[in-house]
Design a protein around this ligand. Sequence first.
Ligand SMILES: [Cu+2]
Length: 448
Amino acid sequence: MRLRSVVIGLGAVAGIVGVVTAASWMNRDDDPRTVVVQMMDDGGKFRFEPENVEVRPGDIVEFVQAGSMPHNVEFVKNTAPAGVNLGQRWVGAFLTGKGEKYTVRIDGAFKPGTYDYLCTPHATLGMKGRITVKGARGSKAAQPAPPVVDEGDPSLPLIKGVHGGQEAKFTMVNGVKEFRMDVERIRWETKPGTVVEAWAFNRMIPGPTIRVNDGEKVRIIVTNKLPEGTTAHWHGLEVPNNMDGVPGISQDPIAPGESFTYEFTAKPYGTHLYHSHFNALHQEEHGLYGMFIVESEKESPELRADKEEMMILGDGPLGFVINGKEFPEVTPIQLKKGERVRVRMANLGGLYHPMHLHGGHFRVVSKDGFDLPASQQMNTLSIAPGETFDVVLQAEETGTWLWHCHVLSHVTGPKDETGVPTAAGMIGVVQIQDGKTQVAPISEHKNH
Ligand SMILES: [Cu+2]
């Protein structure tokens, strides 16, 4: 079988030439094809041309840089058919020079179905596209996708059924609260049937929640069990410059097998974070992050609540996750009617997420740990990467209420057997019980 080249999007003339060559007429329909998609940005119109292509197993899609800005191809993970593992191909490299190519072979990893993709920096400007993979040539129906995704090196520890962000254990050593954090590669279950390669503090995502008091002395011994360097950055905390975890500036990266001791006085009080600051696009998005809470009596009385929860958003190679889990595995916030909950929210992904609550409102009291001059009632709070918010919610109406990201591609999964996309990804749930009324189980939310 020869490879036939069908060029699309090079303009009308080139397109016709591509299709009308003598060789292509002589090809049978079951020959593999190369489909070209151009990455364009002329006239301020950021786009893939053509935006939609249909391919079959064995075909090749070539993304060709035809613009003046760097572009890449990022497949939107949870819109791919169930069971798909594109491995390293979820996110392609940035193409800078005209004519540079990112070649995607439609091999067995591409189950039949649709694959939405975007250019990471220009998605919000509309630079998105779709590949529809049809069944193999000669086969009548698409194969059903297998239900299980298992990615990552099988020799890595498999961490299943574990919830992240558990309170970090410490020992008191001469008045200093001492924590130990091991940084390691693992395989992490984001929901039943989906396991992804992750990089984690103490084998959980988010990493353990560090909770200390304002002005307390803390020591965190970070041991690097990764195959590459790492550092830990204390995000939002006032630390001495040499404790800031910035490679090249405040320290050398912690080499594989080595440890580094971070020591500082915890301040200011509020909701803060920690995360890797080395190869961060890879390390942080694979799960090397957690919450660093500094408690104080001086906090706004508006934050007083019966319960406390956290909502750490992540995206990238783990999928669209809340506290390291995808819907329906995200732990619901369970409240009794009348109860008040404080939710510490943070975004450690690479995209912004407008988090919308159904059926009620929450009050935003603090940002980045600092009390706002006036708290504000909201039902949708957009959280950019690196931001934290403290919000309080009063449980008023009995029921199962969604609290989800309103970027719809972050909450939409593969189609079910009826052809309707499923609920997936960044969907949290608040369940308010009054002890009398039956509320719907979370699993009832099937199509978003
Ligand atoms: Cu989102």
